[in-house]
Design a protein around this ligand. Structure first.
Ligand code: C2E
Ligand code: CA
Ligand code: CA
Length: 541
């Protein structure tokens, strides 16, 4: 036999007819690939991978024979051989004083529905008297596609017996997020193929969110298939230290793996998130849970956000929060606001030091800060927000906060002259002289800014504009026809309009301006209106 055909791929017929011999004479054997904590260089576990060696055709790889095993109903027996090999190996190590790590075996999706897989694995484990912590099961997302219930059943059974279950190939299937929601796994193996070379782009952003999300689920992540230093560094930078892949080690034959076990120190997997107040992480993120219901309907204005290295990201806010802050913003706009960027240095430092104090003490802390809230229509407005803040969870250096907020701008302004923050108040009141709105040319709908709603009593949306404001007397009757004509001009594509108009019941002069927004074909879409009070210079002196 020449070297070149030492590893000839076997045909389906050859594989099937070789199978019994392979099982009986040890031609199906295991290789082991370590899982490493790249932070410490220690081993956290290993995965057993099946190999088949034919006396003539040489080593066969799983991608060539597993599908054939599956098709011919042989994979179940083969998987049990792998499991038994693992147990034999672990027993030998335990008996000879070689330090061991948990080793995972792969469960084929065919094992889920055809057989008493769980019972068989358990009986092999008992036969070799292996502590259950040393044997993990890897399942794939695709196993669940045939039937979620069967899958949940298998996982539950393994859990009852004390086995840890790892979700293999996460990110390669088509419904990963749903699966995470429904299956309670102990470790997630994130497939680096997911990235296909695109770390800087969308793939990287998604990976980073997945890693963060799994932290809140308190499920450790192992990145698998890590081949390059760049991939490993990236995973580390987004908080995933556990990796498996060619970069650290190829799958090793038993003799080589034992040597690794002897020299590499081991460590257990650690869990990152602690949610205080007995909040269950699963329920906390579940849109149908009682916690979510409470948050949305039963409490006052509230927000949940994360805080990390001086940066705040909103996770959730409720409708009441939006109303309380004001400005007629949508949920999406509100979630997109950068809270810390909306404050001056002094207020920002005040908020951050309150957050730090809440972290340190674990107790609720209160602070009152000015922030400016921006909307496309209103421009910006300074509001004074009182927040009661409590740290409710921690994942590494990231903290989860719960905030109850109260808009105390009005109260504050009453006492503002007495208060220290005179400068801020002045800015706030100056800005109050501008009112803004958005006019949709096709539908003739007008969306007013928060100040219009608050000071002029307008509803959040006006139909058949400008008739309602003319009717209400807010807009003077003698200017009404001119103003109706403006709406026509806007519809005809005028770019800007401007005039001084006496507004409100008090007929205060305002400069009213319109600026039109056009679509790519030059058709007018929307017009942005603003009314700025004409300030009499004498008043300022
Ligand atoms: P898997 O469970 O996702 O196993 C990881 C595969 O990726 C292994 O291939 C491993 O050798 C390979 N790998 C490890 N590090 C790297 C890397 O850095 N880059 C790349 N490109 N690949 C890497 P292998 O051993 O050929 O196994 C392939 C698949 O066959 C496994 O994928 C698993 O689905 C299946 N398989 C392997 N052993 C068993 C088994 O005992 N039972 C069952 N049912 N399936 C098995
Ligand atoms: Ca696997
Ligand atoms: Ca995998």
């Amino acid at each position: 036999m020449s070297d070149s055909n030492a590893n000839r791929r076997m045909t389906e017929r050859e594989i099937v007819s070789f199978f019994d011999d392979a099982v009986n004479y040890g031609y199906i054997y295991n290789v082991y690939q370590p899982k490493i904590n790249q932070d410490t260089g220690r081993m956290i576990g290993a995965e057993a991978l099946m190999r088949m060696k034919h006396p003539l055709y040489g080593i066969q790889m799983p991608s060539d024979f597993i599908p054939i095993f599956e098709k011919n109903d042989l994979v179940f027996s083969a998987d049990l051989v792998v499991c038994e090999n693992v147990c034999k190996f672990l027993r030998k190590c335990l008996d000879t004083g070689v330090p061991v790590v948990p080793i995972s075996v792969n469960m084929s999706r065919y094992d889920v529905y055809n057989h008493d897989y769980v019972e068989q694995v358990e009986s092999i484990r008992n036969e070799y008297d292996i502590p259950v912590k040393y044997l993990h099961i890897e399942i794939t997302e695709t196993s669940a596609i045939g039937g979620m219930e069967l899958m949940t059943d298998v996982i539950d059974k393994f859990h009852e017996l004390g086995f840890q279950v790892e979700m293999d190939d996460f990110g390669s299937g088509y419904s990963s997020l749903n699966i995470l929601k429904d299956l309670e796994v102990d470790v997630i193996k994130l497939d680096m193929n997911f990235l296909s070379g695109d770390i800087g782009g969308r793939g990287g952003a998604i990976l980073s969110s997945i890693v963060q999300m799994t932290k809140w689920l308190n499920t450790p992540v192992v990145a698998e298939g890590v081949e390059t230093r760049e991939q490993a560094d990236y995973m580390k930078s987004i908080g995933c230290n556990y990796i498996q892949g060619y970069l650290y080690s190829l799958p090793l034959e038993e003799e080589d793996f034992v040597e690794k076990l002897k020299v590499l120190t081991h460590e257990p997997v650690t869990y990152s998130t602690e949610l205080v107040h007995s909040i269950k992480s699963g329920r906390f993120w579940d849109p149908d849970s009682i916690e979510t219901l409470l948050f949305n309907d039963m409490v006052g204005p509230a927000a949940i956000f994360t805080y990390k290295n001086g940066k705040i990201d909103f996770v959730r806010i409720n409708e009441k929060y939006i109303k309380e802050i004001g400005m007629n913003l949508t949920m999406k706009e509100m979630l997109g606001l950068d809270l810390l960027a909306s404050m001056d240095d002094e207020n920002r430092e005040k908020l951050i030091s309150t957050l730090e104090e809440a972290i340190e003490t674990g107790e609720e802390q209160t602070c009152e800060v000015w922030r400016s809230v921006c909307s496309k229509i209103c421009g910006s407005e300074l509001v004074m927000i009182r927040s009661n803040l409590r740290m409710i969870g921690q994942a590494d250096d990231q903290y989860l906060f719960y905030a109850m907020v109260h808009n105390i701008t009005a109260e504050w302004k009453k006492y503002a002259q007495l208060a220290v923050s005179e400068k801020l108040f002045k800015t706030a009141s100056e800005q109050n002289n501008t009112y803004a709105w958005e006019y949709d040319i096709a539908t003739r709908k007008m969306t007013p800014c928060f100040r219009c709603i608050r000071d002029l009593g307008l509803p959040p949306l006006l139909e058949n504009y400008p008739e309602p404001v003319i009717e209400s007397g807010l807009f003077p009757a003698d200017y009404a026809d001119m103003y109706r004509d403006w709406m026509k001009q806007l519809a005809d594509g005028v770019g800007t309009l401007e005039a001084v108009i006496p507004l409100t019941a008090d007929r205060i002069p305002f400069i009213v301006r319109y600026t039109t927004e056009f679509d790519e074909n030059g058709r007018p879409l929307k017009a942005y209106g603003a009314a700025t009070q004409v300030i009499d210079d004498m008043d300022d002196k």
